[in-house]
Write a protein that binds this ligand. Structure first.
Ligand code: F6R
Length: 374
């Protein structure tokens, strides 16, 4: 059932354009007067929202960080993201009109279920402003999560077999685009033109992912040769691509067992830059928009410490062309949409590094697809 792919992980990376297409078809269709997005969530559920809190673990937590960016920047709703395992033991003070979202691909992650159950319980019997409003984002609507919360955004990745999450992550991002845009339309925080521009941009993403995989599969396979002796890798990003730096590092750790850290590029000089030398490659995500120049200048600082610099960027000339030794190019899209493309070369790079090391990519040591212990 690997359909000619050596591992499920690679097959699932290749399935991502289809996952985005399925999500567009499901969420961005008929719509209503209030919103061109259809998530099957009644408008009252969102009424008077003042705050959003999101709980999740691992890759789902990275998707949640991008979700926060979208919910704040597009829908203008203050949003916080917590690790489920931290939130459980130190929940934020109760705030009124708060939506709590649990993100879990499997729908069975013990800490995420417990965090949501706790939220439900501590809001029980409170006046209406403080009542729990729980929403789940999951790839398994029939899971325990499905029983715990009244509303679900069903992500449309299909079953994922590789332990390292790839297509379920992209599906979670699509759920957050849809949710943030649904809230933006209902609250009228975006002009109709901007809303349309973003939706049109999303419609082009499947083709752009295809093109990215087309080019990057071979390039990253080739680049993986140079990682035979590598022991540490740093991933840098800023803004909406900071969570992608975290995700790139997590993928590499999980399946190749190489130590990796994702860092917001501007924080390097506050400590981690001490780690850099010629043996520590740096992968920087540099897309045009609010922080492009900043990421380039942070990359320059890394280069001055002799690190090999790999750029994930749509820009191949100018400064980017000069400072990056290797370019993993992606299409030039709206900065808000860029994470769904920049993650692709990082998934492929981790995959090829691990596969070249002869590791069990689909079943990495010490990890399980569904973490039902606390
Ligand atoms: C990453 C990975 C884990 C999961 C985490 C949460 O590749 O597989 O970090 O993302 O265990 O799992 P779910 O989303 O099922 O709650």
């Amino acid at each position: 059932e690997k359909q000619g792919f050596k591992h499920f992980m690679l097959k699932e990376i290749y399935e991502q354009p289809g996952v985005v297409r399925a999500s567009l078809d499901a969420y961005f269709n008929p719509g209503t007067d209030e919103s061109p997005i259809n998530l099957g969530i009644p408008g009252e559920f969102y009424a008077n929202l003042e705050q959003i809190q999101i709980v999740a673990c691992g890759t789902s937590w990275h998707a949640a960080l991008i979700g926060k960016y979208l919910l704040e920047q597009l829908a203008q709703i203050p949003t916080q993201v917590q690790y489920s395992s931290e939130f459980r033991y130190a929940p934020s003070p109760l705030t009124p009109n708060t939506l709590t979202i649990g993100v879990t691909q499997s729908g069975e992650t013990a800490d995420t279920l417990a965090a949501l159950a706790m939220e439900k319980e501590r809001r029980q019997g409170r006046d209406s402003r403080y009542q729990a409003r729980l929403l789940g984002i999951t790839n398994r609507p029939e899971s325990s999560l499905g029983h715990l919360v009244p509303h679900i955004i069903n992500t449309l990745a299909g079953i994922e077999i590789g332990v390292a999450a790839t297509k379920t992550f992209v599906a979670q991002l699509m759920a957050f685009y849809a949710l943030a845009l649904d809230l933006s339309s209902r609250r009228q925080t975006l002009s109709p033109e901007r809303l349309e521009e973003i939706i049109n941009g999303l419609r082009l993403i499947p083709k752009e992912i295809e093109a990215t995989i087309d080019i990057q599969d071979k390039l990253t396979e080739h680049l993986a040769h140079d990682f035979a002796e590598t022991q540490d890798v740093i991933f840098l990003g800023r803004g909406i691509n900071f969570p992608i730096a975290l995700e790139g590092a997590l993928k590499l750790k999980e399946i190749s067992y190489i130590h990796a850290e994702g860092y917001p590029a501007g924080e390097m000089k506050h400590g981690p830059i001490a780690l850099l030398d010629a043996k520590v490659p740096v992968v920087a995500i540099a897309v045009p928009g609010s922080v492009y120049e900043k990421v380039i200048s942070n990359s320059q600082e890394a280069k001055a410490r002799d690190s090999r610099l790999i750029g994930v960027t749509p820009i191949t000339d100018g400064e980017a062309g000069e400072i990056f030794q290797d370019l993993l190019t992606v299409a030039n899209v709206d900065e808000l949409l860029s994470p769904i493309l920049t993650v692709i070369p990082l998934q492929l790079l981790s995959y090829h590094i691990a596969a070249r090391r002869g590791l069990d990519v689909d079943q990495p040591r010490n990890l399980a697809k569904s973490v039902t212990v606390e």
